[in-house]
Unconditional design. Structure first.
Lengths: 107, 120
């Protein structure tokens, strides 16, 4: 199975800050990397697919990049609604696996 | 609007089975794979497998092979996931989520989740 490792596991930031979350795969996965946002008591929601494509109406302050084994999710100018837990997920091969999550908290 | 609505919370005893349903609306049910995932408290999601609603074909994660069954009823656009021989560590929120085999295996949208509690 492909292991996904996120860092940091938690992050404190302020509104209007810029933050970056990193995700590393245990083997090369091309651009088969997706990011989800999850708020307490809710299902995860897709934010970025195929490493850098923005889903639907997700604001442009969200940016994904990377390929191979190293990926990043960057959020510029944090807004109050962005504080949540973020997960990366590889869609390269089954079983599809997720990182352990990054909890983005308000400072 | 694409929508997945799951059945309600369940409480089961160890060794029992649970069956969770997921009703789809707003799109062609047979056009997209339906995945089942679960999330234990404080953990990331875990993919359990998918069913192709068009053919009924399935792909289960090896961890759940022999214990999970995914079926669908196309007449009512509903997918089902049954997990047998429940243990306490099966306590989790179970989700259905759609994905496209030709676009890529990301999950969107998700159902609202079904809490399954396994306790004696």
């Amino acid at each position: 199975d492909i292991q996904m490792t996120q860092s940091p596991s938690s992050l404190s930031a302020s509104v209007r800050d810029r933050v970056t979350i990193t995700c590393r795969a245990s083997q090369s996965i091309g651009i088969s990397l997706n990011w989800y946002q999850q708020k307490p008591g809710k299902a995860p929601q897709l934010v970025i697919f195929a490493a850098s494509s923005l889903q639907g109406e997700v604001p442009s302050r969200f940016t994904g990049s990377g390929s191979g084994t190293d990926f990043t999710l960057t959020i510029t100018s944090l807004q109050p609604e962005d504080f949540a837990t973020y997960y990366c997920q590889q869609s390269y091969s089954t079983p599809y696996t997720f990182g352990q999550g990054t909890n983005l908290e308000i400072k | 609007q694409v929508h997945l609505v799951q059945s309600g919370a369940e409480v089961k005893k160890p060794g029992a089975s649970v069956k969770v349903s997921c009703k789809a609306s707003g799109y062609t049910f047979t056009g997209y794979h339906m995945n089942w995932l679960r999330q234990a408290p404080g953990q990331g999601p875990e993919w359990m497998g998918w069913i192709n609603p068009n053919t009924g074909g399935t792909n289960y994660a090896s961890k759940f092979q022999g214990r999970v069954t995914m079926i669908r009823d196309t007449s009512i656009s509903t997918a089902y996931m049954e997990l047998n021989s429940l243990r306490s560590d099966d306590t989790a929120v179970y989700y259905c989520a759609s994905s496209s085999s030709w676009e890529g295996w990301w999950f969107d949208p998700w159902g609202q989740g079904t809490l399954v509690t396994v306790s004696s």
